[in-house]
Design a protein around this ligand. Structure first.
Ligand code: XMP
Length: 515
């Protein structure tokens, strides 16, 4: 799915650095639709697809390196406004007759950016000096003919340059990273003032256009959607319901490993609030009998995953006339940044194990959206905050957070302790600065004393981490009073728990989850 028939689109040419997705998101924050495309997209294809502007991303390599990625220079001659960042400025200089001396003097990290002259069209309105973020080895020594230099830093003579007659603009620094003070202002100036693109990528437009496309795609067919209680599947369900109403049936396979009140909330939201045709399969017992005696985490995951699809397709094939299966695939699932293979479409994402003889066509209405856009769409559609801002939660749910064999009693114990942790940290963390917090029930017992009685109970481990993307994480520095309150409440309110510990391991070396 692409929106740019209706929406002016910006193409971000991905030269393989980690920055292309960030640039695409920044463009969307400026309310302009963006798409990541391979760096070697041909000028003919660009001309045919008519983006309203082009941004060249940074890249890891020197333009002189063997096998360095190069754009089709014809892209710079289409009359479409082009903005190059970092590697992008060097690509422009290389193809247009500038000079990039091999000085081997790099510049990494913060640098003071000084505007030259009036800053030209791109840097107009910037303060005389501001902070920018640099990450490069080579830099442009002489700008190509027709270009004006509009900024410098103490070590880089050409930190920004432009040729308004050819609509070409470039910066050596990275406007897309938060460390560049005026970065978003520069991006907005380029999009709105230079390229003349109006800020029309709004939640309302995203919803209207998606709804329109879904209607065109499915016509009068029936659609089935698996609901997990997570953000993505919930937004898919709400969006499809907006588009096709009663043609949608949702199947919620409740494996019994959800948190306190979570299953009830799914039913309340989708059946009672949205009036969606919802099949709620209560399968805790079925799962517990399959998991009896199983302690190995990988085996637990496999059993739960396989059973999920079995239960789901049992229900799906029971319904008559379903042609489509809806899936909550997001934009980052679709694109894969890399060097030679930049922005290629991932081929193996979220493969669905259709049983023999069963097939549905896939409909993926969130395929063009980033996670923050999906949350905004969810809020706009009226989903409750608990769903829209739900923390990451493993597919196998609490099964991952109970070490060793899973029993109904252990699930109940963890649910109650986890609810206290979520309630207390949630009330304290009003800014949502903690990425994830939850309880873990390990497979040990220890001695304690309560009143005059000796106890032999289980501990609960509190896990709370700060993170930006779950790839790395640090344990959250929670106030001692908050930890004390959770400890008291858990021991007083949850039977069988006689000890509370706080996990002070970062990732790496730990992981966020315990399994
Ligand atoms: P780890 O434990 O590897 O977790 O540091 C990284 C992030 O992934 C989440 N996680 C999952 N998310 N399905 C998911 O959708 C899963 O099976 C799963 N397992 C772990 C975890 O909560 C953390 O945010």
């Amino acid at each position: 799915m692409t929106y740019h028939d209706e929406q002016p689109a910006v193409f971000v040419l991905d030269f393989g650095a980690q920055y292309a997705q960030l640039i695409a998101r920044r463009v969307r924050e400026a309310r302009v639709y963006s798409e990541i495309v391979p760096y070697d997209i041909s000028a003919e294809e660009v001309a045919e697809r008519r983006p309203a502007a082009i941004i060249l991303s940074g890249g890891p390599a020197s333009v002189y390196a063997e096998g360095a990625p190069h754009l089709d220079p014809g892209v710079l001659e289409l009359g479409i406004p082009v903005l190059g960042f970092c590697y992008g400025i060097q690509e422009m200089a290389l193809h247009l007759g500038g000079d990039i001396p091999r000085t081997d003097i790099g510049e990494y990290g913060f640098a003071e950016l000084t505007v030259v002259g009036d800053g030209g069209q791109l840097l107009v309105g910037l303060p005389g000096t501001s902070q920018c973020w640099m990450s490069h080895r080579d830099s442009v020594g002489t700008a190509p003919e027709g270009f004006t230099v509009t900024a410098c830093t103490p070590t880089t003579g050409i930190a920004a340059m432009e040729d308004p007659a050819r609509k070409l603009y470039a910066t050596q620094f990275h406007p897309e990273v938060a460390h560049t003070e005026c970065g978003q202002q520069i991006i907005r100036t380029f999009l709105h003032d230079i390229a003349g693109i109006p800020p029309v990528w709004t939640m309302v437009n995203i919803i209207d256009e998606t709804v329109e496309r879904v209607r065109e795609q499915v016509g009068t067919d029936r659609v089935i959607c698996g609901l997990s209680g997570g953000v993505d599947s919930s937004v898919v369900a709400a969006l499809l319901h907006r588009a096709i109403g009663d043609q949608l049936t949702c199947v919620f396979v409740d494996h019994g490993m959800l948190r306190l009140d979570e299953a009830e909330q799914v039913v309340r939201t989708f059946r009672d609030q949205f009036h969606i045709d919802l099949v709620h399969v209560e399968a805790e017992e079925r799962y517990l009998s399959l998991l009896a005696g199983v302690g190995d985490p990988e085996l637990k995951r496999r059993i739960i995953g396989e059973e999920f699809w079995k239960v789901f397709f049992d229900e799906a094939t029971r319904l008559e006339g379903v042609k489509w299966l809806a899936q909550g695939t997001l934009y980052p699932d679709v694109i894969e940044s890399g060097n030679k293979t930049a922005a290629k479409i991932k081929s193996h994402h979220n493969l669905i194990p259709f049983p023999a003889g069963v097939h549905f066509d896939l409909i993926e209405p969130l395929k063009a959206l980033f996670k923050d856009e999906v949350r905004a769409v969810g809020s706009e559609l009226g989903l409750p905050d608990e769903i829209v801002h739900r923390q990451p939660f493993p597919g196998p749910g609490l099964a991952v957070r109970i070490i060793g064999e899973i029993t109904h009693e252990k699930l109940e114990t963890l649910r109650r302790a986890d609810a206290i942790i979520r309630e207390e940290i949630g009330a304290w963390d009003t800014e949502r600065s903690v990425w994830q917090y939850f309880g873990v029930l390990p497979d040990i017992r220890s001695v304690g004393v309560m009143g005059d009685e000796r106890t032999y109970g289980r501990p609960i481990i509190i896990r709370a981490v700060a993170s930006a993307d779950a790839m790395t994480a640090d344990w959250a520095r929670l106030p001692h009073d908050l930890l004390a309150k959770m400890s008291n409440r858990i021991i007083n309110e949850v039977e069988g728990i006689n000890r509370v510990a706080y996990d002070i391991t970062s990732k790496p070396p730990g992981t966020i989850e315990w399994e």
